[in-house]
Design a protein around this ligand. Structure first.
Ligand code: KG4
Ligand code: ZN
Length: 340
């Protein structure tokens, strides 16, 4: 449409990461993330503490993003922010900040759906990363969501299936908690899984219709298994940590891959893009790489910094909406539940 460089300042505050990014068109100039450590002590995100930490972090994080990008706020073309879904108190901090800044600078405001942003992060241009073409299937796997989405165009998406209970990241974190690992446990289960035998302890896979998921049964069966085994041997976890983690990972990756295979069969689409924190997982990355050679899929895994919550993914959506002059009015409010 236009050749002029568009500079977008993007803000993400939907959960427990305060992030700001500056984009120049579809490229990232800076992407600063302040991860809140406070929740580790509580074994999960405490909403009230998250919103307070966002209030403390947001100004320094935005300053840092502008400084790293070497951009003055007067050069900005628009402000993009996460409107939802997420924790209300957390969303309110980013939303209010974005609204005031856009008003102060007299530049457009652009609302972004966090789940759409995880998917559209694949359109950030990065060396050595390919960009999917439409239509493709996206699997968003995070601490709050598990979805398989048919992506027909940037803003034309259809949810084909989703979790009926816990999200896959939650399944990782709750299993980790049962094993006495600190929050968030997903990365640790992944780390130990790579050292263990994935077939050591078979866990049942849930039977869920269609492309939907369920992870709460798995968590319960892991809990009962650990309770039973530690009754016989109090050192069971310590002695079998790697095998337990490998077995949990094997089960979760199989659940995800089974549904993806079903989605490919149902749609005939073999282009698969993943997003969300769990896409950092080594097991799912390996399974997708194998699917390329086994079944001729083309798979897209985001750069590590775009897997977990970050503002650059909000910025790319901001840029795409800016191309369409799709701006948001000042009376916009945060939305905790915000469907695709
Ligand atoms: O997308 P994200 O940063 O935040 C949400 O929007 O939820 O995802 C965080 C989730 C946590 O549950 C975390 O344990 C999980 O992603 N996670 C992982 C890995 N890295 C992060 N789970 C499994 N393996 C990993 N390597
Ligand atoms: Zn997320």
């Amino acid at each position: 449409m236009e050749n002029k460089a568009i500079y977008i300042l993007a803000i993400e505050s939907s959960c427990d990461d305060t992030s700001a990014a500056v984009m120049c068109n579809n490229r990232t100039l800076s992407n600063v993330v302040a991860t809140q450590k406070i929740h580790e002590e509580y074994g999960g995100v405490v909403p009230e503490l998250a919103s307070r930490a966002h209030q403390q972090n947001i100004v320094p994080v935005v300053h840092q993003a502008l400084a790293k990008a070497n951009i003055d706020k007067k050069q900005l073309s628009a402000i993009a922010f996460t409107r939802g879904p997420g924790l209300m108190g957390s969303l309110l901090v980013g939303t209010s900040f974005a609204k005031s800044l856009s008003l102060g600078l007299n530049i457009p405001l652009i609302e972004v759906n966090h789940m759409q942003a995880h998917i559209l992060s694949h359109f950030i241009v990065e060396d050595n990363y390919k960009i999917p073409s439409f239509p493709f299937l996206a699997m968003t796997i995070s601490g709050g969501h598990t979805q398989i989405v048919l992506v027909k165009n940037y803003f034309d998406m259809e949810v084909l299936g989703e979790s009926l209970d816990d999200a896959v990241g939650e399944a990782y974190d709750k299993s980790a908690k049962i094993l006495g690992l600190p929050y968030p446990g997903g990365p640790l289960v992944d780390k130990y899984a790579q050292l263990g035998n994935p077939k050591a302890f078979p866990f049942p896979k849930p039977k869920v219709e269609g492309l939907n998921f369920s992870f709460s049964g798995l968590k319960t069966s892991i809990l009962y298994f650990i309770q039973r085994e530690t009754k016989n041997n109090p050192n069971f976890i310590a002695e079998n940590r790697d095998d337990i983690c490998a077995s949990i990972q094997h089960t979760i990756v199989n659940i995800l891959m089974d549904k993806l295979k079903k989605a490919v069969k149902q749609t005939g689409i073999k282009q698969i893009a993943i997003g969300g924190g769990v896409s950092a997982n080594s097991g799912i990355r390996q399974a997708l790489a194998e699917a390329e050679s086994k079944w001729g899929w083309t798979t897209y895994v985001p750069k590590f910094e775009y897997c977990t919550d970050n503002a650059a993914m909000i910025g790319i959506v901001g840029y795409l909406k800016h191309q369409e002059q799709d701006f948001t009015k000042q009376d916009v409010t945060a939305q905790a539940r915000y469907i695709l």
